[in-house]
Design a protein around this ligand. Structure first.
Ligand code: NDP
Ligand code: 2IT
Length: 450
């Protein structure tokens, strides 16, 4: 690493020493940037990296709500407006008990680069709460969302900051959030949230976009290495929004999805998983994945054990798609994947692979589709939703899907071309980091020291 990069990284490590995930995300990006920083001393002269790692604004707020028995609870809400140089802050909301400032900052930092890669005019942001939606009634979810928006509304707007979904936040939650925003502001500002329902300004194909986009990226990455998805065995960590639609598109391309998971454990179905049954269990009934055994008693269920490799990564497959949460694949897990001769890993989740595991996978010639490029289809389609809202018009499913495919293909080509330009072979991780950095830094340089 260059002296300048090392200095900035040391400052982050020192200033934000308790923010483990944020430090990890910054180290991952900065460690790729040496060739660019070495060529351009002007970044150091205007303290560009120091500004790049400091969020423009961090908002935290109290979220009180009343459960069905009349008990009062208090959660913490966040919105991190990380970098607005390319457009309004854009990024999802995560409701999960693990949410804290470090996780919010890492997600908003990653989002800044991801959004730049889409080529669309969106800056980077993220938000959420340590609220746990599991086991809550529909009314409790609604009251929580209303309380959350009663504070968030003053910080967002279609030209300012546009939230969407992430873990624990889907169409139901976005609906309640939008309703409360509309009520408080007394205006129909459709483009203030994305991932909306189709009856009130949502975009066709937004629900499918992150998973489909991941597979479009994977298709291009395999093609560039003379392979296809046909007849490949796939395991997918998670069974939420990203996991389900990644599975659907992979199956459409002739792959066989043999394993999927939730936070409790994994199902393995040698015959290929019945995705309609997964949709019923997870999307509709919001049950545990173990329920799959009721219809398919011949499938195998493996419960996760605390501290041990999640079972979904132990099954023999060609392609692995982590679509659950951060740091799912550590070095030990990466070694298992290499032992099992996995060809490719596609990151549907944000930062699912630790930095040591990334290194190990790349050294062992596993093709790695990095999150900030490979899962950008969701936010890209959110930006298409914003376009449609501005036009007061909506495109057909095919039209949106075609645009998504083109965007993902462009992103892959950009990562590959950048890797080639800097002599990095098939290191698409560094390719994505450098390509994204160039876009964000160009916009920041042009706008002066702010
Ligand atoms: P969902 O809430 O729909 O699904 C999350 C899935 O991950 C569930 O199956 C959940 O299991 C599982 N999971 C396992 N372990 C954990 C854990 N420790 N914390 C949280 N979830 C866990 O979320 P999404 O599918 O929307 O998001 C999945 C990943 O994709 C996240 O990393 C998100 O940031 C990323 N992403 C999402 C985008 C989107 O458009 N939604 C866009 C780009 C990235 P269980 O049911 O047991 O909770
Ligand atoms: O991580 C992500 O890119 C998302 N959760 C989607 C964000 C969005 O604004 O659609």
């Amino acid at each position: 690493m260059s002296n300048y990069l090392e200095k900035v990284l040391a400052e982050v490590n020192n200033k934000d020493s308790h923010e483990v995930e944020f430090k990890q995300a910054v180290a991952e990006v900065l460690s790729s940037l040496k060739p660019v920083i070495d060529r351009h001393d002007e970044f150091r002269r205007v303290s560009l990296l120091e500004r790049l790692v400091e969020p423009e604004r961090i908002i935290t707020f109290r979220v009180p709500w009343v459960d069905d028995d009349g008990n009062i609870h208090v959660n913490r809400g966040y919105r991190i407006q990380f970098n607005g140089s390319i457009g309004p802050y854009k990024g999802g909301l995560r409701f999960h008990p693990s949410v804290n400032q470090s996780i919010m900052k890492f997600l908003a930092f990653e989002q800044t680069f991801k959004n730049a890669l889409t080529g669309l005019p969106i800056g980077g942001g993220k938000g959420g709460s340590d609220f746990d939606p599991k086991g809550k009634s529909d009314n409790e979810i609604m009251r929580f969302c209303q309380s959350f928006m009663s504070e968030l509304y003053r910080h967002i707007g279609h030209n300012l900051d546009v939230p969407a979904g992430d873990i624990g936040v889907g169409a139901r939650e976005v609906g309640y959030l939008f309703g409360q925003y509309r009520k408080i502001k007394n205006t129909y500002e459709a483009g203030v949230l994305t991932g909306k329902g189709l009856s009130y300004g949502g975009s066709l194909a937004r629900k499918e976009a992150t998973g489909f986009g991941l597979i479009y990226f994977m298709r291009e990455m395999l093609k560039a290495n003379n392979m296809t998805l046909e007849n490949k065995k796939v395991s997918i960590s998670g069974s939420g929004n990203v996991a389900i639609y990644a599975a659907q598109k992979a199956i459409e391309y002739g792959a066989k999805v043999v394993a999927m998971s939730d936070s409790n454990g994994c199902i393995y179905d040698e015959m290929g998983i019945d995705l309609d049954e997964i949709k019923r269990i997870k999307e509709k009934e919001r049950l545990r994945i173990k329920e799959y055994l009721v219809e398919y008693p011949n499938a195998i269920y493996m419960e996760n054990t605390q501290g041990e490799t999640p079972s979904v990564y132990t099954v023999p497959v060609d392609i692995v798609l982590p679509c659950a949460t951060q740091n799912d694949i550590n070095l030990e897990t990466a070694k298992i994947l290499v032992q099992n001769s996995v060809i490719a890993v596609g990151e549907g989740a944000n930062m699912p692979t630790t930095n040591e595991a990334i290194q190990y996978l790349l050294e062992n010639n596993v093709l790695l589709a990095p999150a900030k490029a490979a899962n950008a289809g969701g936010v890209a389609t959110s930006a298409l939703e914003m376009s449609q809202n501005s036009m007061r018009y909506s495109w057909s499913f095919d039209e949106v899907n075609q645009k998504l495919d083109m965007i993902m293909t462009n992103i892959f080509n950009m990562c590959a071309a950048t890797a080639q330009e800097y002599d990095l072979g098939t290191n698409y991780v560094a390719g994505a980091n450098i390509a994204a950095f160039k876009k964000v830094s160009d916009a920041m340089m042009a706008q002066g020291v702010i």
